[in-house]
Design a protein around this ligand. Structure first.
Ligand code: PEP
Length: 248
């Protein structure tokens, strides 16, 4: 049985004051939740998350990590630095990082290995653009992204991975994949995982991300291979985020 995971991706939003209100609001509404819940904050606010959330049911993590362990990489943040702030999760390969920072599948795979070796949970994003979907390439695109990740990974480590299917055309646009569209891709991803390790594939969580909101979360989360959500816009409002958590 896979425990659902609802993870907020704050992207480059927030302030000390706004985060305090958001974290307190989420924490206050979490007590009856049985699913796993986390927020991935900008790195400068990880100390704030650690101070506010230690001992609570709400986990926290980062939105990226360096490929390198340490050294002359100005502006980068290593996985050991994330460990200093007790991060549990790291989002990797988000389409915004792929688009604006030129991240490749190979780089995302290396980051995934660093995160797993450090004992943190990578939430690795895959997804197709609108042009790719409209030209019938969805399966080929997400399949190729997964192939690079899985080629890098030890089969025995498969269960340490969380995958997020995020159709690029649905992120921040208000357009959501229908539950059937999302399930179809999730099933393809699960089959890929099974090619790597048939025994562990059923325990890997595959999240959906892309304009998941309180009014569509329940039907998406009811699909057999949708094991949670990676939430952008709706994660910035405690009531919306909690409504999604409660749907899960
Ligand atoms: C995201 O950025 O991961 C995301 C899913 O954003 P939104 O929910 O705003 O579409």
């Amino acid at each position: 049985m896979r425990r659902k995971l609802i993870c907020g991706n704050w992207k480059m939003n927030g302030s000390l004051a706004a985060n305090a209100v958001l974290l307190a609001g989420i924490k206050a509404g979490l007590s009856q939740s049985s699913c796993e819940v986390a927020v991935c904050a900008p790195a400068v606010y990880l100390a704030q998350c650690q101070a506010a959330l230690t001992g609570s049911a709400l986990g926290w993590g980062a939105q990226d990590v360096s490929i390198h362990a340490s050294g002359a990489y100005t502006g980068e943040i290593s996985v050991s630095m994330l460990q200093d702030f007790a991060c549990k999760y790291v989002i990797l390969g988000h389409s915004e990082r792929r688009a604006y920072h030129g991240e490749t599948d190979a780089q995302v795979a290396l980051k995934m290995l660093r995160v797993i070796q450090a004992g943190l949970t990578p939430i690795v994003c895959v997804g197709e653009t609108l042009a790719e979907r409209e030209s019938g390439q969805t399966q080929a695109v997400v399949g190729a992204q997964m192939d690079v990740l899985l080629a890098a990974l030890d089969a025995a480590d498969l269960a340490k991975l969380v995958v997020a299917y995020e159709p690029v055309w649905a992120i921040g646009t208000g357009k959501t994949a229908t539950p059937e569209m999302a399930q179809e891709v999730h099933a393809i991803l699960r089959a890929k995982l099974a090619q790597k390790n048939a025994k562990l594939a059923p325990v890997v969580r595959i999240l959906y991300g892309g304009s998941m909101k309180p009014d569509n979360a329940q039907e998406l989360l009811a699909m057999p291979d949708i094991d949670g959500g990676l939430i952008g816009g709706a994660a910035l409002n405690p009531a919306d985020f909690l409504a999604i958590v409660h749907s899960a």
